[in-house]
Design a protein around this ligand. Structure first.
Ligand SMILES: Nc1ncnc2c1ncn2[C@@H]1O[C@H](COP(=O)(O)OP(=O)(O)O)[C@@H](O)[C@H]1O
Ligand SMILES: [Ca+2]
Length: 494
């Protein structure tokens, strides 16, 4: 008997105590693995949506953004879900028939309805911001501008979305929100590396915005932001009339005074010849007024294709002679020295990308344009049969304007030219003021950095699982070498 009892003690696998521990052990392990698995499985994300209409001078674009509901204050979480290009020209072109402005947006509003889940329509904010085309119309004819804005407001208010306003934004806002967009998308706000300046070229205005180490001398050009716990003092300026369509008018105006029947233009290709109406040049508050008689005339616009001469003619649209600050860009506008890297978007990108000049030095870009501008118009048309006629005719002018604006206007140099990146999108979202505008209006950029957990949730669960398994193994080893703590009742132990 005594021998039998000894045998039993030496074969613990048959003991009730061991089975008890094993059952607990396996049950605990299964539970842990199940918890880790369930917790690590991505839970279906709840998304929120926002719509911004960019009512530019040349056209209107609708942007739909989306972001995971519980992560809205993290940088870089909002992304562009969809865009819709409104057919026809910009809303300012409806000055004479304002109801057409709101009507023009209908198709893209329908398109937005299909792109946002129906149960979210009511809670999705919609904003419209109009830029330089409407600023010019307001200067020219404030009543018509008011009517156009009333018309677009009515359309947006009749949509199922949550109407949050339609207004003409200021040039400072346009510049600053473009800067916020590129730095938000580039996740620069929480990096030590610093931010990127923003260069936006439109049809009617252009904006330059960057963080300057020097204090900004003129209050009009200064904007302060506190974002994710950092203070930023921005230098920003918007040059009304210096978008590429208005600058073309400024340049033509200089060559058309006095009004003649033909005009030789080095900024257009040799062989280019088109009849244009004088009114098309002088129909804007950016140029001088001329008498009605001249307004009704027309002229033949002939290209001569000469980059150097084109550049000299463009130089005349800038005024470099007066500056009441310590330093200026042009037209007496204060600008601190260029600092850091820049993202150049909108027409800066469209034009430089078409010309294949996005990765070139300033010297190479000039050489490239010399050849391009001098190429006969017929050859250009043959090479690009599908490109819109107006764009194609104007790329030599626009490219030359871009180089002149950046080098002579803003004082970029052969040296720091490489710090300019011509960009269209960052991570599938367009660079432009719309995203920054929405982030600001929805309070999605906190002033202080939100507290972040030490490690992501999934990592935390996995770590707990491993630590527990490790402890269980320790327990088993302990049992093997030191014996088993009893599972049975205290009475039996005694
Ligand atoms: N593919 C393209 N090639 C050249 N220019 C383009 C292209 N697409 C758009 N543009 C131009 O980009 C500019 C966009 O300006 P827009 O945003 O409408 O005006 P603003 O910002 O001054 O109110 C316009 O001059 C338009 O003609
Ligand atoms: Ca624009």
């Amino acid at each position: 008997m005594a021998e039998q009892r000894e045998m039993k003690a030496k074969t613990p696998w048959h003991s009730g105590k061991v089975i008890c521990v094993a059952v607990f052990f396996i049950a605990a392990l299964i539970t842990l693995v199940a918890i880790a698995f369930v917790q690590n499985k991505p839970i279906p994300q709840k998304y929120k949506y926002g719509i911004v209409l960019d009512a530019g001078s040349s056209h209107t674009a609708v942007y739909i953004y989306e972001w995971p509901a519980e992560k809205e204050n993290n940088t870089g979480m909002v992304r562009q879900r969809h865009t819709c290009a409104v057919k026809g020209k910009g809303i300012s072109s409806y000055a004479q028939k304002s109801s057409g402005a709101g009507q023009s947006l209908m198709e893209c509003i329908e398109d937005a309805k299909g792109n946002i889940p129906a149960d979210k329509h009511e809670e999705t904010p919609v904003y419209l911001g109009a830029t330089a085309g409407m600023r010019l119309l307001r200067m020219q004819d404030s009543e018509s501008a008011e009517e156009v804005m009333t018309s677009v407001k009515a359309t947006l208010m009749s949509s199922p979305f949550d109407y949050q306003g339609a207004r003409i934004i200021s040039g400072q806002e346009e510049g600053a929100f473009g800067w916020i967009t590129v730095n938000y998308l580039g996740k620069n706000f929480r990096k030590a590396a610093g931010t990127m300046g923003a260069l936006d070229l439109g049809g009617a205005s252009t904006q330059i915005t960057f963080v300057s180490g020097q204090s900004v001398e003129s209050p009009d050009n200064s904007m302060d932001f506190r974002l994710y716990g950092n203070d930023y003092q921005l230098y920003t300026h918007s040059f009304l009339c210096y978008g590429k369509d208005q600058v073309l008018k400024l340049a033509l105006e200089k060559r058309l005074m006095p009004v003649e029947t033909s005009l030789e233009d080095p900024c257009f290709h040799p062989g280019y010849s088109e009849k244009k109406s004088v009114k098309n040049v002088f129909d804007t508050p950016c140029v001088h007024t001329i008498n009605k008689e001249d307004m009704d005339k027309s002229f033949t616009h002939n290209g001569t294709g000469n980059f150097t001469e084109c550049q000299s003619s463009i130089m005349k649209v800038f005024n470099f002679s007066q500056c009441t600050n310590s330093r200026c860009s042009f037209n007496g506008v204060y600008q601190p020295p260029i600092e850091g890297t820049f993202g150049a978007f909108s027409a800066f990108y469209f034009v430089m990308n078409f010309l294949n000049l996005t990765g070139h030095s300033l010297a190479d870009s000039k050489r490239g344009l010399e050849v391009y501008c001098n190429t006969p118009w017929d050859a250009i048309k043959e090479r690009h049969p599908t490109v819109k006629h107006k764009y194609l005719a104007e790329y030599c002018f626009s490219g030359t304007y871009i180089l002149t604006l950046l080098e002579n206007g803003y004082n970029f140099t052969f040296e720091n030219w490489k710090h300019i990146s011509f960009i269209d999108k960052i991570e599938d979202s367009n660079a432009g003021w719309t995203l920054g505008y929405m982030l600001n209006l929805t309070n999605m950029i906190p002033a202080e950095a939100p507290d972040t957990p030490l490690m992501p949730h999934g990592g935390f669960v996995t770590l707990v699982l491993f630590l527990t398994i490790f402890l269980l193994i320790l327990l088993l080893l302990w049992y093997k070498f030191l014996g088993l703590p009893s599972c049975s009742s205290p009475k039996e132990v005694v």
